[in-house]
Design a protein around this ligand. Structure first.
Ligand SMILES: [Zn+2]
Length: 429
């Protein structure tokens, strides 16, 4: 069992130890990853929502050469209490090492973890919301509150919680670690003086924030709340069985606030307005866009009507039938709605007329051509049936109503299919 030095001193980042065991974890491309056990360690192993520490183990080889083994992961064996340090360098049992923990990463983790205790206590105090889990992530941290809080966390409540947490930080209250018996912890829990009690047996490590929170926890914590620096709530999200609250503490809070401010000022600059005017400007732009879209719809309807008139004028009757045949190109294609509108205008405005519109598309690697087929009301045949049968004979497919139909065929067969449709129309009309 490894003596865990961080239990007594979370600020200890340098220590001496002896390697007690080494095991190979994995091997790839001739390179091994090892896990090394020490008799004592200040490295925190991933547990209780807090990630592992990184750093290095320094040793002197028999030859006198200095060896530095980078620690890329730390895990604990919950069964036997051993702590394993992952490294690419094999350090044999009996080697004397100096462990050096990455102090910046550790401080960051302490700020987030102590901040979490503070936040969980604030949620409990202000809205009776218990925390069910905690995750300390790369960019931000989250706690999950019970699902019944969904819809009850108003902006005002969240601000109250954030204010209270930051008030306790400004108070610079002491954060102390003690050990209590299971009986003592249960008595505290019954009296409402302990926030949460883990199921494990034996003595418990208790973390106290003076006159604010008491919780059983094995993590690393700051000495006083002032060291948390600040707490910034980033948002809430309803997930499966909980309400997830995202937050950041310490330098992360400052970095997050700075990023948010840059994003906002960048948006404001692009709009040539002040940051506070951004939401109003977005509403205005959305209304403008909606109005413009409506105008475009009206104008393109008009345009289609004029184009239809023009096309009908240019296409004379041939043996009693006017066949308007048109290959559409962007921006008219591949807009099926627009093509159908043009086809219906073409056949609604004149007699004895059929419209045969087509366009090709290479989207998604397909080699497809689309055909829209319509007829004027004075012709008797069924567009859906004619199109289906003609396209089937050309390896394509299609269908529709008696006035209008749509189908598809390969680009290679498009001309043949169109010729044959035009032929069928003049035969049966
Ligand atoms: Zn904790």
């Amino acid at each position: 069992m490894t003596e865990r030095l961080y239990y007594a001193d979370s600020f200890l980042t340098s220590f001496d130890a002896v390697v007690t065991d080494i095991q190979e974890v994995s091997r790839a491309n001739g390179l091994s990853l090892w896990r090394v056990e020490l008799n004592r360690s200040a490295f925190y192993p991933t547990s209780g929502g807090q990630p592992y520490d990184t750093g290095r183990l320094l040793a002197t080889a028999r030859s006198g050469a200095e060896l530095s083994a980078e620690i890329v992961g730390v895990e604990e064996d919950e069964q036997d209490g051993r702590v394993w340090h992952h490294t690419a360098k094999p350090l044999v049992a009996g080697t004397h090492v100096r462990g050096v923990v990455d102090a910046a990463r550790r401080l960051d983790h302490m700020q987030q973890h102590s901040g979490q205790h503070l936040l969980s206590a604030a949620f409990l105090q202000i809205c009776g919301a218990p925390t069910v889990s905690f995750h300390l992530g790369e960019a931000s941290s989250t706690i999950d509150l019970t699902v019944d809080m969904a819809g009850r966390l108003t902006d005002a409540t969240l601000q109250q919680v954030e204010d209270l947490a930051n008030q306790i930080i400004a108070d610079d209250r002491s954060v102390t670690v003690t050990v209590a018996s299971r009986e003592q912890a249960e008595a505290w829990l019954a009296a409402g003086e302990l926030r949460k009690l883990p199921p494990r047996v034996g003595n418990l490590r208790i973390v106290d924030i003076a006159d604010f929170d008491r919780n059983a926890c094995g993590g690393t914590h700051v000495r006083s709340t002032g060291q948390i620096g600040g707490l910034y709530l980033r948002g809430t999200e309803k997930i499966k069985q909980a309400v997830r609250v995202e937050f950041v503490c310490g330098l992360r809070a400052m970095h997050a606030a700075r990023d948010d401010f840059h994003t906002l000022t960048d948006a404001a600059r692009k709009l040539s307005i002040g940051p506070k005017e951004v939401p109003e400007a977005i509403l205005r732009l959305q209304a403008d866009a909606k109005h413009t879209a409506r105008q475009i719809r009206t104008l393109s309807g008009e345009l289609v009507r004029y184009r239809a008139e023009e096309l009908v004028r240019q296409t004379p009757l041939d043996k009693g039938l006017r066949c308007v045949r048109l290959q559409l190109t962007p921006p008219d294609a591949p807009d099926a709605g627009h093509a159908k509108l043009l086809a219906s205008k073409l056949t609604a405005q004149s007699e004895r007329t059929v419209a045969l519109l087509s366009w090709t598309s290479d989207a998604g690697g397909t080699d497809a051509a689309t055909i829209i087929f319509s007829r004027s009301g004075d012709l008797a045949f069924d567009c859906g049936t004619v199109l289906r049968e003609t396209l089937a004979a050309n390896g394509g497919r299609g269908g529709g109503s008696k006035d209008m139909a749509q189908g598809s065929v390969s680009q290679e067969r498009l001309q043949a299919a169109m010729d044959s449709l035009a032929g069928v129309c003049s035969e049966i009309s």
